[in-house]
Design a protein around this ligand. Structure first.
Ligand SMILES: C=CC1=C(C)c2cc3[nH]c(cc4nc(cc5[nH]c(cc1n2)c(C)c5CCC(=O)O)C(CCC(=O)O)=C4C)c(C)c3C=C
Ligand SMILES: [Fe+2]
Length: 434
């Protein structure tokens, strides 16, 4: 472990240097762990910067949903091994406490443990800023019933909206990259902070849940601001619903009274979508723009000038053909073409080396190709009228399917945020006995 550079502060783990929040946290950590233990994790002094910002964990809604997107994400799912509901509650309590601590830039658990036991925090984020870490938890269908068995007496509380996703046209899902009883998404502006969070939560799950699959992702906002580009080189996120529009969020993102214990929560659908980038990179620019339905450089809808100009789905060229082709991704995914359906996208690119692939379209090449693409993440109030409705249309008509293959999938109910002193998902377990 690095020797502390700044011996003045004696603050715990990360560079929460700004304002009283950091001092309060430091006091707590030192009180809990003792000065000797805190010293081992003392951070280098560094000026306040956006990277040291803290996203509050407790609140009405979980963090990491409308939080401005961080640059890195790790999504993981777990299968529950335990047979008791009490263990599930224990795990959620542990995860809640640790997530709150780590979001504030602290160690996952208070330090001060003896040297002859495993560390209560592995220290892989020692010295790092909080980096706007958010940890968002989700409950998969398997928490409620697995193979028809009601393991935890929760089957009657499975929300109607937490449906099993149907098989979509073209799906090539890999079981080892799909589903799970519980999900965790750790997002941060520092990849090591996000990975540290996952490792600590994994450690806390020992004996109760086993990790099933993990997907890392990144997004790279332009320094001058504006929309990020995906690996196809197009601006991605332009027409996302505004998270500042509270009425819209209540309508399409947050679960309302209909949801019972899920009220103020949301549903997330994730899809690991491989993109045949070698094929895409050899595609003419004009055809790429017809695939997306937007200009590549500016991001404007075809026929328009500015990125945020609305799509004109009725516009025709001099030959009477639609300016935005009938098979364009932007057209087919738009609210206008899907009975008003909207979803909040929070996707991350991934780059996982190479694999052996056979292309599904001309030139039908086979061989080692990049295993890279988009880890698509979409939140909504009800997946039946959100992702499922839109993806049914895309899966059968979107010309982008020539380049994309859905290989991983999951659906999770993300409960409301926890109040301080409570734990994630507490309302699900209220009033249950036995
Ligand atoms: C089922 C939902 C969607 C999947 C799956 C999906 C995959 C996917 N999308 C892109 C790139 C772009 N998508 C864009 C817009 C867009 N996409 C969806 C939904 C899904 N995309 C929606 C609802 C929208 C907004 C439509 C609208 O109202 O205009 C765009 C255009 C810019 C933008 O608005 O963000 C791009 C580019 C990829 C690469 C991809 C799978 C790999
Ligand atoms: Fe899209």
């Amino acid at each position: 472990m690095n020797k502390p550079v700044d011996t003045n502060s004696g603050l715990s783990r990360r560079g929460l240097l700004t304002a009283a929040g950091g001092l309060a946290i430091a006091a707590g950590a030192i009180g809990a762990g003792g000065m000797a233990a805190a010293d081992r994790f003392t951070r280098r002094d560094q000026p306040a910067s956006p990277a040291s910002m803290v996203e509050p964990f407790y609140g009405v809604h979980q963090s990491g949903i409308v939080t401005p997107q961080q640059t890195h994400s790790i999504f993981a799912t777990f299968d529950l091994d335990t047979s008791t509901r009490a263990d599930v509650i224990t795990l959620l309590k542990r995860w809640t406490d640790a997530a709150n601590r780590m979001s504030r830039g602290e160690t996952a658990q208070p330090l001060g443990q003896p040297k002859d036991a495993p560390a209560l925090d592995g220290g892989s984020a020692a010295g790092l800023a909080a980096a706007r870490l958010t940890i968002t938890f989700g409950f998969g269908p398997g928490l409620f019933t697995r193979d028809g068995v009601d393991r935890y007496g929760l089957a009657a509380r499975r929300p109607e909206a937490l449906v099993d996703l149907p098989k979509f046209n073209g799906d090539q899902l890999i079981a080892e990259k799909s589903d799970g009883d519980l999900s965790i998404q750790a997002c941060a502006d520092d990849p090591q902070v996000a990975f540290h969070a996952l490792r600590e939560l994994l450690n806390l799950a020992t004996g109760i849940a086993t990790i099933k699959w993990v997907q890392s992702g990144f997004t790279s906002p332009p320094p001058a601001g504006g929309t990020t580009r995906n690996l196809m080189g197009f601006k991605d996120g332009t027409n996302n619903p505004s998270t500042h529009d509270n009425d819209l969020m209540s309508k399409m993102l947050w679960v309302g009274d209909e949801g019972g214990w899920m009220k103020a929560g949301s549903y997330v659908v994730v899809r690991r979508i491989r993109i045949a980038l070698e094929h895409w990179d050899k595609t003419e620019l004009g055809f790429q723009e017809e695939v997306v339905g937007r200009d590549k450089a500016v991001g404007a809808p075809l026929g328009k000038t500015h990125e945020t100009d609305p799509l004109d789905l009725d516009a025709e060229d001099q030959d009477g053909n639609p300016v935005i082709p009938a098979t364009a991704h932007s057209r087919l995914s738009s609210a206008a073409e899907n009975d008003g359906s909207q979803i909040l996208r929070r996707a991350y690119s991934f780059n996982d080396g190479v694999g052996f692939y056979a292309e599904r379209w001309p030139p039908w090449r086979q061989g080692m190709m990049l295993d890279a693409g988009l880890f698509f993440v979409a939140y909504q109030r009800d997946p039946r009228t959100g992702f499922i409705r839109i993806n049914k249309k895309l899966a059968s008509l979107d010309i982008m399917n020539q380049y994309t293959t859905h290989v991983g999938s999951g659906i999770f109910a993300c409960p409301p945020g926890a109040a301080e002193g409570s734990f994630i998902g507490a309302a699900l377990f209220e009033g249950l006995t036995g």
